[in-house]
Design a protein. Structure first.
Length: 126
């Protein structure tokens, strides 16, 4: 499945979750529900809190960062539940994309009255 098709499923799922649960819950709640929905309701392969190593000067550091969700080994999903996304959040996702070699990242802030205001699509131009 192509990244754009996956991003549509991810966004539709996020909108559905936000509509039902609303804003204001902890990030971990949205992550748990997104993981369940994408895996069980859509049948997608989803990795949760996947440990991503960092290579520093040709040395592999096993404990780089943890990706919230990686869908079908194609799309990295970074979930937030913060008052406002700041300039560092998209930069963080772009760095994660570079470290994983993935092309598309979705940054979703569930703590918005209207979810579309908390969505950022980040593309790694490799």
């Amino acid at each position: 499945m192509h990244e754009n098709e996956l991003s549509k499923i991810i966004l539709d799922t996020a909108f559905s979750i936000h509509k039902e649960l609303g804003p204001g819950l902890l990030e971990s709640v949205y992550e748990e529900v997104m993981f369940y929905e994408l895996r069980n309701e859509h049948g997608l392969f989803v990795q949760r809190q996947e440990l991503i190593p960092v290579v520093w000067r040709n040395v592999r550091m096993e404990y780089g960062f943890r990706a919230d969700l990686i869908v079908e080994n194609e799309v990295l999903v970074e979930l937030k539940s913060v008052e406002t996304l700041t300039a560092v959040h998209p930069k963080q996702v772009l760095t994660y994309l570079k470290l994983t070699g993935l092309k598309l990242g979705m940054l979703l802030n569930f703590n918005e009255a209207i979810l579309k205001n908390g969505i950022r699509r980040i593309v790694n131009n490799l």
